[in-house]
Design a binder for this molecule. Structure first.
Ligand code: SF4
Ligand code: SF4
Length: 304
């Protein structure tokens, strides 16, 4: 079985206990306006163009049969992303590393071979494997098979997900998990839709369902703190009320907004919607933490 991934990070010490290997899958059901990994959103491998590395040799123009590459009046190279078929011909023609395919197809066996290389670190540190993205829920069978094999090898397993998916597909992933991270981006349906492109009902339903049906699973809820978008006291209180009723809840993590990854939007020909927002101050995030603690949620951390 094949899936599409865009990165593997080894010896990671985040996104789960111990030393971990984090597999980043492509594809996400949401389109959050603050997304810091725009290259993960589409389920397909796609072309990236790093203009600053380009010496305008023109080799890519010659090989592109889709006329997706042109030149401006100063002979600078222009990428027409809307015409690109992502066939990668220009990547092979470019000798200056100004072009790269972001993501590629891999088999479950190939991923498992990578995981096996780090087994000694997992066992010594009580670490394991984390599927991230994008969102593993976009490739549910591929994700489930990797996790199943990881469990068979005795590795701790974790997934970072939006939980926006059909329950049977989500449950197929949960069946092989020790720990699940789920983002709760906004408790108001219409605000959630405006910020992410989708409503929140399916997400909240799936969280409650996993809480009932997977009592041994550890659940960590994450709230991205986006100033002016979801950081009101009212929204954090509502999130706290929802979370306080979950038996599997291990903790809540508040993730302050940052602008890492914004430059990648331009590499893949998209625009970034939140140009005017600054990161929240430590004091602002501490105040939100205090709101959650006052609701009886005692393990609240700032950062992942
Ligand atoms: S990936 Fe293919 S279609 Fe896209 S710019 Fe390169 S050569 Fe042209
Ligand atoms: S082949 Fe590479 S260096 Fe040459 S024009 Fe194209 S992107 Fe620029």
């Amino acid at each position: 079985m094949e899936g599409v991934i865009y990165k593997i990070e080894r010896l990671a010490v985040y996104d789960g206990p111990g030393i971990r290997t984090v597999i980043f899958l492509k594809g996400c059901p949401l389109a959050c306006v603050w997304c810091s990994s725009s290259e993960s959103q589409k389920l397909i491998p796609e072309i990236g163009f790093w203009q600053e590395k380009c010496v305008a040799c023109g080799a890519c123009v010659d090989v592109c049969r889709s006329k997706a590459i042109g030149k401006d009046k100063n002979r600078n190279i222009l990428q027409h992303f809307e015409a690109c078929t992502n066939n990668g011909d220009c990547v092979r023609a470019c000798l200056y590393q100004a072009r790269k395919m972001i993501g590629g197809k891999v088999t479950v066996d190939e991923v498992v071979t990578e995981l096996e290389k780090d087994a000694v670190f997992y066992h010594r540190s009580e670490g394991g494997v984390t599927l991230s993205g994008g969102d593993p829920i976009c490739q549910p069978l591929f994700s489930a098979r990797i996790l199943e094999r990881a469990v068979q090898m005795g590795f701790h397993t974790a997934v970072e997900t939006s939980a926006y998916g059909d329950w049977p597909a989500f449950a197929g992933i949960l069946d092989h998990l020790d720990l699940v991270y789920v983002d709760v981006k906004h408790m108001d349906m219409s605000a959630h839709k405006a910020l992410t492109g989708k409503g929140n009902q399916r997400i909240l339903d799936n969280i409650q369902r996993l809480d009932k049906q997977y009592p041994d699973l550890d659940l960590i809820l994450r709230i991205p703190v986006i100033p002016g978008k979801n950081d009101s006291k009212d929204n954090i209180q509502k999130t706290g009320q929802f979370a306080a009723g979950l038996k599997t809840l291990k903790r809540i993590e508040l993730l302050p907004y940052h602008r890492y990854g914004v430059s990648t939007y331009f590499v893949i020909g998209r625009s970034y919607a939140l140009n005017e927002i600054d990161s929240p101050s430590r004091e602002q995030v501490e105040r939100l933490k205090a709101v959650l603690v006052s609701q009886g949620i005692f393990d609240v951390r700032i950062g992942g």
